[in-house]
Design a protein around this ligand. Structure first.
Ligand SMILES: NC(=O)c1ccc[n+]([C@@H]2O[C@H](COP(=O)([O-])OP(=O)(O)OC[C@H]3O[C@@H](n4cnc5c(N)ncnc54)[C@H](OP(=O)(O)O)[C@@H]3O)[C@@H](O)[C@H]2O)c1
Length: 268
C-alpha cells in the first residue's frame, strides 16, 4: 500500500483530461497536489477541487515547451509544495499525421513536450525524489508499444519516454535508491486529444473510456509497485502478441489500415 495522505504530488497538465482525473484522485486520498498547464481558468477550476481536500495544493501557469524554463519551474514547485514525493509526467500532445506529411519541426515540437519536458522535470527533481523515496509516473501510451498508423512522431516520443523509464528504473535500483518508476499506457480515453485541429482523424475503433477509468489502475500500480500498466488492461495481450513476430504484426496493421481506408473512401 502506498500511503498518499500528506504526500506532495506534482501532475503536469493536471488541469484537464487524464491529468485532472488523476489530480482529483490523488487529492481524494489526502495528497497535496500541484498542477501546471498554460490555461489559468482550467487550472483554477481543478485547483478549487484539490484545495477542498488539501488547502496547500497549488497551481502554476507554465508552458512546458519552454524547456529552458523547466528547471526553475521544478525548483519553484518543489519549494512551494514543500517537497515532491510523486512526479506525474502527464503532459503530452498528439500528432496524427502520415509520415509523408511530417516535417522535422513538427517532430521536434512533439518530442519537446512529450519527451524532453518530462526528462527536464525528472532530472531537476531526482535528488529530491531520491531523498524522499519518491515515485515517478510517466504517462506514455499504447502507441509506444504498438506503433499505430499515421502517428510516427507521437509514437517515437512515447517510445522514448517508455525506454527512458525502463533504463532509469534499472539505474535507480542499482544505485541503491528506493525510487520507483511507473509507466502508464492509456489506450483510448475520452479527452480533447482526439478532437484537436491539425491532426488527421483517428482510425481507432475501440470504445473511448472516461478519464475516471484511469484513476484506480494508476493508484493500484503505486500500491503494488507495478512498473507498467495498460488501461484498459487487454492492450497488454495485444502487445504480448506483437513481440514474437513484429514483422507479422506490421503486415497485419498494413492490411487493417488498407481495408479500413478503402471501406471509408467515398464510392466514385
Ligand atoms: N486520451 C487518450 O486516449 C490518451 C491515450 C494515450 C496516451 N495519452 C496520454 O495521456 C496524457 C494526457 O492526455 P489527455 O488526453 O488527457 O490530454 P488532452 O486532453 O489532450 O490535454 C492536453 C492538455 O495539454 C496542455 N498542453 C498542451 N501543450 C502544452 C504546453 N506546451 N505546456 C503546458 N501544457 C500544455 C493543454 O492545456 P493548456 O492549453 O491549458 O496548456 C491541453 O489541454 C498525454 O501524455 C497523452 O499523450 C492519452
Amino acid at each position: 500500500m502506498y500511503e498518499l495522505a500528506g504526500k506532495r504530488v506534482l501532475v503536469t497538465v493536471g488541469s484537464f483530461g487524464i491529468g485532472a482525473a488523476l489530480a482529483r484522485g490523488f487529492a481524494e486520498r489526502g495528497a497535496i497536489v500541484g498542477i501546471c498547464a498554460r490555461r489559468e481558468d482550467r487550472l483554477a477550476e481543478v485547483l478549487a477541487d484539490l484545495q477542498r481536500h488539501q488547502p496547500a495544493s497549488r497551481s502554476w501557469s507554465v508552458d512546458l515547451s519552454d524547456l529552458d524554463g523547466l528547471e526553475a519551474f521544478a525548483r519553484r514547485a518543489d519549494e512551494e509544495l514543500g517537497g515532491i514525493d510523486v512526479l506525474v509526467n502527464n503532459a503530452g500532445v498528439p500528432k496524427r499525421r502520415g509520415i509523408l506529411e511530417l516535417t522535422p519541426a513538427v517532430v521536434e515540437e512533439v518530442m519537446a513536450i512529450n519527451y524532453f519536458s518530462p526528462v527536464r522535470l525528472t532530472l531537476a527533481l531526482l535528488p529530491e525524489l531520491i531523498e524522499r523515496s519518491g515515485r515517478v509516473v510517466n504517462i506514455s501510451s499504447v502507441a509506444a508499444r504498438l506503433g499505430p498508423p499515421s502517428e510516427a512522431a507521437y509514437t517515437a516520443s512515447k517510445a522514448a519516454i517508455t525506454g527512458w523509464s525502463e533504463s532509469m528504473q534499472v539505474d535507480l535500483a542499482v544505485a541503491g535508491t528506493d525510487v520507483l518508476v511507473h509507466v502508464v499506457n492509456p489506450g483510448v480515453i475520452d479527452t480533447d486529444l482526439f478532437h484537436l485541429p491539425d491532426n488527421d482523424e483517428s482510425l481507432a475503433d475501440v470504445e473511448a473510456l472516461p478519464v475516471e477509468a484511469m484513476v484506480e489502475p494508476v493508484l493500484r500500480a503505486l500500491d503494488d509497485g507495478t512498473f507498467e500498466i495498460y488501461v484498459p488492461g487487454w492492450f497488454a495481450d495485444i502487445v504480448g502478441g506483437k513481440f514474437p513476430d513484429v514483422g507479422a504484426f506490421l503486415a497485419g496493421t498494413i492490411a487493417w489500415v488498407q481495408q479500413k481506408t478503402q471501406a471509408e473512401a467515398p464510392t466514385p
